[in-house]
Design a protein around this ligand. Structure first.
Ligand code: PMP
Length: 360
């Protein structure tokens, strides 16, 4: 068996120990004589897996009791619609921060239901900066404020949490959840597709303040109402059981490793190493303002784009894969989520230096 260092932006690398445990439990999970994939979601075996996963996530993120945790499907992209459908509650306007391709998509969806005010728009910087915290003027009548703390494509990350006063704050944390400690009480909804820092694709986590549940537009499908899922323990219909189980294994592993403070220290170290390597070379560049560079997604451009194909090919033959940048940015992108070991970042840096020495 040979495993590569997989720098994919998502679906992304999973911790090897988690994959090994899943393998060991594949045919007979916890003495049930069956795979988790074959279990009834309402049976006691799966219920105990589901309950433990939620309890571990609550403990990891210190989620206050007045927040529900929902295990949904439909990806973060479905949340782009569910947020306005559930939060407008008779209001007509919403505030959005446009800081990259993912917030742009969230905005396009919200425009189907509400008047969207762009409180910030960093298009001109090609999304390589975030707005100054002081420049944000929120509309007190908005139903909510939405932003994307980490934009996965350009690798730009807010170094602060916007302060919105009484207006609910909604955060698309798909590519930053579990990367560090956060204070959940500063947010009203946090949502994330699982396929980066949580587990396999197919699961979407929503952490929502309880009093925001129960106000969905009545004309909308039952499945788009948070209340449907909150009232039924995320089992109104068949949930993505295997992804839920895998997420539970990831949560338990993070707890074992010392929780989010330990993960945060490791992630900061990994990102700093890679940025230092990029900044100290004349051959590689990262376009993002230093104070808002992502810890999770690190794009870098080679001095000569004609070398891109050779870089990717040689990297792959050194066991470093999925480094091709998003087509809208070009160059390379290393996504270094929690499951990327520090040794993987070291191996990438060594390879980059060697490539520069021989080809640069
Ligand atoms: N938001 C962000 C920040 C993302 O990175 C992604 C996926 N890359 C999405 C939303 C869309 O997620 P999904 O594919 O789960 O709908």
């Amino acid at each position: 068996m040979s495993r590569v260092y997989n720098f994919s932006a998502g679906p992304a690398a999973l911790p090897q120990a988690v994959l090994e445990q899943a393998r060991d439990e594949m045919l007979d999970c916890h003495g049930s004589g069956m795979s988790v994939m074959e279990m009834s979601h309402r049976g006691k075996d799966f219920m105990s897996i589901a309950t433990k996963a939620e309890a571990d996530l609550r403990s990891l993120m210190a989620i206050p009791d007045n927040y529900k945790v929902l295990f949904l499907q439909g990806g973060a992209s479905s949340q782009f619609a569910m947020v306005p459908i559930n939060l407008l509650n008779g209001k007509t306007s919403v505030d959005y921060l446009l800081t990259g391709q993912w917030s742009k998509k969230a905005i396009a969806e919200a425009r189907r239901y509400a008047q969207v005010a762009l409180i910030a728009d960093t298009t001109e910087s090609k999304f390589t900066a975030v707005p100054d915290a002081d420049s944000l003027q929120f509309n007190p009548d908005a139903a909510y404020v939405h932003y994307t703390p980490n934009e996965t494509i350009v690798g730009v990350e807010f170094p602060y949490v916007p302060q919105t006063g009484a207006v609910p704050l909604v955060a698309d944390m798909s590519s930053t959840i579990l990367s560090r400690q956060i204070d959940v009480s500063q947010f009203d909804i946090i949502y994330a597709g699982a396929q980066k820092n949580i587990g396999p694709a197919g699961l979407t986590i929503v952490i929502i303040r309880e009093d925001l549940i129960g106000h969905a537009m009545s004309s909308m499908p039952t499945m788009m109402d948070y209340k449907t899922h909150a009232d039924n323990g995320s089992m109104y219909n068949t949930p993505p059981t295997y992804s839920w189980y895998m997420a539970g294994l990831v949560f338990a592993q993070i707890l074992q490793q010392g929780g989010l403070s330990a993960i945060e220290a490791m992630n900061q170290r990994k990102a700093e190493k890679l940025y230092t390597a990029i900044d100290s070379s004349d051959f590689y560049t990262n376009p993002v303002d230093v104070e808002c560079r992502s810890w999770m997604n690190i794009p870098f451009i080679l001095a000569n784009a004609e070398l891109d194909a050779g870089f990717l090919q040689q990297a792959a033959s050194n066991g470093l894969t999925s480094l091709k940048g998003h087509r809208s940015v070009g160059g390379m992108r290393a996504s270094i989520y929690n499951a990327m070991p520090e040794a993987g970042v070291d191996a990438l840096i060594d390879f980059m230096q060697e490539f520069e020495r021989t080809q640069g």
